[in-house]
Design a protein around this ligand. Structure first.
Ligand code: NAD
Ligand code: DAU
Length: 369
């Protein structure tokens, strides 16, 4: 039987993955290891609190000996490594935490896996270290460039991307040098429930509901490839079950969109939902749609992100051919689900946002007139 250690399981994708795994693999024990940084929220695991399979450990992946103890105590067979500092803007303002968690933290996990799985119990249960990474390691594309493939050379541009690239290289090296059974997935932009409102889609949603400006960086024409988070979770499952040890898999939605189009689509969905529902109008009186105005009137173009990558696009052909990966959601269905979730979970997003982080966020934007 598989026994999972999920790092970062109280974060956005990690929490969605825990819910996905419990639904599809009932009876398989899961230990979540999460430091509960500003981005981690134990409430995101609330729907699974009663499940006997789930053990939550509040702890830091950088702590020497911690992962090793958990691997032994819980006889872990599978590590799914989500824990990271994940926000590009934060990495620009303070890169240190990114190097510490993403590079050094990943290395602590690799050392623990090597010691427990290879040195102490060689040839035991079938084991796997799956590393969750990003398409940002490949750098930025021009409008005519072909999408990122697994053999696209790394060219990370932000401290976040560089720290993820560093962790990818360490994972690769532990396989090549020590024979650690690893897989890596490099995914495009995710969206969906439980995403902290610092990332584009949830930030636009919560600001719109509070009648605050919707800060669009630069000309709003930067392009990302968007994937509904549950589709990413299924892709990780497919890599774990069918992926080739030592391989990397690019995961994406084949769904490129300019930021300004995303923001306008979010606004239109709020116009529909709030504009036609008296109880939502009472709940969110500052949203323009509550008084019959257009939510898009809040769009505000602001200074660009320094070093802002222009375009990301993923060629997910290998995952399609070898794993049968196909996104189940279209962007329209996924975005509708996401907007509905945020409308129905105000207490979750207000809870994760209160405190100093909110003030920090608001100080970052200088409005371009
Ligand atoms: P997130 O910021 O929402 O969650 C990160 C989680 O890691 C949080 O729960 C946090 O408390 C935890 N964490 C941070 N530092 C830790 C530490 N030192 N020890 C233990 N726990 C720690 O991130 P996310 O968006 O869910 O991303 C998860 C992973 O997926 C990351 O590795 C990220 O690079 C990758 N990824 C994200 C996206 C995306 O669009 N969000 C896309 C591709 C890949
Ligand atoms: O591509 C995968 C990556 O996607 C992940 O590895 C990262 O963890 C994740 O944060 C995400 O990175 P991005 O920088 O693409 O996501 P973000 O939501 O921060 O921004 C998406 C786009 O929207 C980007 O071009 C910047 C722009 N943006 C973002 C914010 C927060 C704005 O215009 N305004 C904003 O307020």
């Amino acid at each position: 039987m598989r026994r999972l250690l999920v790092t970062g399981g109280a974060g956005f994708i990690g929490a969605n993955f825990v819910h996905y795994w419990l639904a599809h693999h009932p009876g398989e024990p899961i230990v979540v290891l999460d430091a509960l940084t500003y981005a981690g929220n134990a409430a995101s695991l609330d729907p699974a609190r009663a499940r006997p399979e789930l053990t939550f450990v509040r702890g830091d992946i950088r702590t020497p000996g911690l992962a090793e103890r958990l691997l032994r105590e819980h006889a872990i067979t599978t590590i799914v490594h989500f824990a990271a500092e994940s926000h590009v803007d934060r990495s620009i303002h303070g890169p240190d935490a990114f190097i510490e968690t993403n590079v050094l933290g990943t290395h602590e996990l690799l050392k623990a896996a090597r010691r427990v799985w290879l040195d102490d119990a060689p040839g035991g249960d079938e084991v796997r270290f799956h590393h969750v990474s990003t398409d940002e390691v490949y750098g930025s594309l021009g409008p005519e460039d072909t999408p990122f493939r697994e053999d696209t050379p790394y060219a990370p541009n932000s401290p976040y991307a560089a720290s993820k690239a560093g962790s990818d290289h360490l994972v690769r090296a532990y396989h090549h040098t020590y024979g650690l059974p690893v897989t890596t997935s490099n995914c495009s932009n995710n969206y969906g429930p439980f995403q902290f409102p610092e990332k584009l889609i949830p930030l636009m949603l919560v600001n719109a509901l509070d009648g605050k400006p919707l800060p669009v960086y630069g000309d709003g024409l930067n392009v990302r490839d968007w994937l509904y988070v549950e589709d990413h979770c299924r892709a990780v499952e497919q890599v774990l079950l069918q992926g080739r040890v030592g391989d990397t898999y690019n995961i994406g939605g084949c769904n490129e969109r300019a930021n300004i189009d995303i923001v306008r689509q979010v606004c239109a969905l709020l116009d529909d939902a709030v504009g036609t529902c008296a109880s939502l109008q009472a709940q969110f009186p500052r949203c323009p749609a509550a008084r019959g105005a257009l939510t898009a009137s809040l769009v505000t173009f602001v200074d660009d992100r320094p070093g802002h990558d222009r375009r990301y696009a993923i060629d997910a052909g290998k995952a399609q051919r070898e794993l049968g990966f196909e996104p189940a959601e279209t962007f329209a269905t996924g975005l509708h689900k996401t907007v509905t979730w945020y409308l129905e979970h105000e207490s979750w997003w207000r809870g994760v946002m209160d405190g100093s982080y909110r003030d920090w966020l608001e100080r970052q934007y200088s409005v371009v007139l």
